[in-house]
Design a protein around this ligand. Structure first.
Ligand SMILES: [Zn+2]
Length: 476
């Protein structure tokens, strides 16, 4: 059945407005093409000369297109003359178009939009901003996200340089700091923890085609972070111009304690969850308890194995939280103790020192811890220091008898050491935090560590979304 082409007055007006907007855009694009042509002076330009010209001017084009889209898609709101106060219900009339510029990854976008203000409630609103979900800071979330992706990898100055070069947008070190801190503010272990389903997916991938459940290692260790005291910030809070003076404080190396879950695949390890902070043993233990309580670790799908040094808090926690896990004292930590005894007992005879050390380590490697203890008990200490070290090693081996059964570990396919966590420490802590001359406030170090942990196991996007939600709520 044929329909008559009847257009309402409204539709005609819409179509006409749309055409106007598009014509204005065409004009801007024409101007843009003119400036582009003017920029390429060479009679026979290379491709690089052409793309450089386009690259340099690209934002003027993308800005124009975006502004035009905003105008076209939100016409009604852009032309809105009255609004109702959300608090008192009074009808407000517009205070005329006000301009606001926001920075996005496609350039600085100029928004000309009506603004309403209720005198009675002292409440101002720009409906277009709400509709577009524009946030308070001039730099919009897409810009902030890109900035933090850089600051969590490289020093702030480098991040700002790279950012400006890649995006054509300015980024000050001050803003880079502020945004990074805002994104990482208040992050806890559960904010960066992947979901149970995400972890299950990784387990399934590693388990594919294997007869045994895959090994999930929980490694616990620490790494040193260069910190500066809070007092370095200057006495009076709020005075930004008071810079930290080097002479007033001394840097201190502090331990970022943490844990890391990773899967052992054939020839590699798969990150599952890591959490490192400059914190106390108790805080680290609490974070581990939270992970356990959140139920994200599918223990029945894996063979869980805990690797750590001899620290007591770790084993206490491990036994409470994961009683069925296989426990392994890191072979390298263990061998340090053996080396110490060898040096104190046989220091005068390098040959004997090496022989004894190698023999003891070989026996441990083959699971003969009792033999090593037996030998130590029969040793005649050369002096009091040696006697003390021997006694210590005996107690250490007795306490951890089952945890130093490296033969058992190897037979089960378990790792003997936490090479995994050592590389994690390097990757998470050292690469970004250890820089000559860089001393971190503990708060900022921990924020950076949290962001890097999130990145390490793929939850950075979620962390950013959490931040975005927060600033959205604040501006709405
Ligand atoms: Zn009002």
């Amino acid at each position: 059945m044929p329909y008559a082409a009847i257009l309402s007055l409204e539709e005609v007006r819409d179509t006409r407005r749309r055409a106007e907007i598009r014509n204005r855009l065409h004009d801007r694009i024409d101007q843009w093409l003119d400036s582009l042509e003017a920029r390429v002076k060479e009679p026979q330009p290379t491709l690089e000369q052409l793309t450089q010209a386009v690259f340099a001017l690209r934002q003027e084009l993308t800005q124009a297109v975006t502004e035009s889209l905003v105008e076209q898609r939100h016409q009604a709101v852009v032309e809105q003359r009255t609004a109702v106060c959300q608090q008192c219900g009074q009808t407000l009339s517009t205070r005329g178009p006000q301009e606001r510029t926001v920075e996005t990854l496609v350039g600085a976008i100029r928004l000309r939009r009506p603004y309403f203000y209720c005198e009675r409630c002292q409440l101002g609103t720009a409906p277009l901003d709400e509709l577009l979900q524009v946030t308070a800071r001039r730099k919009q979330p897409d810009v902030q996200r890109a900035a933090v992706k850089l600051t969590k990898e490289v020093p702030y100055e480098t991040a700002c340089e790279l950012f400006a070069e890649l995006t054509g947008l300015p980024l000050s070190v001050h803003t880079a700091h502020a945004v990074t801190q805002a994104v990482a503010e208040g992050l806890t272990v559960l904010d960066v923890t992947p979901s149970r389903q995400e972890i299950l997916t990784k387990i399934t991938a590693v388990a594919a085609g294997q007869p045994w459940r895959p090994i999930l290692v929980l490694a616990i260790d620490g790494a040193d972070v260069p910190t500066r005291p809070e007092t370095a910030k200057g006495r009076r809070p709020g005075r930004k111009k008071v810079r930290a003076k080097r002479a007033r404080w001394t840097g201190e190396w502090r331990e970022a304690k943490g844990f890391r879950f990773y899967l052992i695949a054939d020839d590699r390890i798969v990150q599952v969850l890591s959490w490192h902070q400059v914190q106390t043993d108790e805080e680290a233990a609490e974070a581990l308890r939270q992970v356990k309580a959140a139920g994200v670790i599918p223990e029945e799908e894996v063979r869980l194995c805990v690797i750590a040094d001899g620290a007591r808090w770790i084993w206490k926690q491990a036994q409470t939280l994961f009683p069925s896990a296989v426990e392994i004292v890191d072979y390298y930590h263990c061998s340090e103790h053996v080396h110490k005894v060898a040096a104190l007992q046989y220091g005068a005879h390098p040959e004997r020192q090496r022989e004894w050390c190698e023999a003891a380590l070989a026996r441990l490697f083959w699971g003969e811890v009792h033999g090593v203890i037996w030998g130590l008990q029969r040793m005649q200490p050369t002096d009091a220091h040696a006697a003390e070290a021997i006694g210590k090693l005996i107690r250490y081996l007795q306490r951890h008898q089952e945890r130093v059964d490296y033969r058992f570990a190897r037979k089960g396919g378990y790792p003997m050491g936490s090479g995994g966590i050592e590389s994690a420490n390097k990757f998470i802590c050292h690469v970004r935090l250890k820089r000559s001359g860089a001393w971190w406030y503990v708060t900022h170090a921990n924020q950076m560590l949290a962001l890097r942990c999130a990145k390490d196991h793929g939850t950075f996007d979620r962390v950013f979304e959490r931040y975005r939600q927060r600033i959205q709520d604040r501006s709405g």
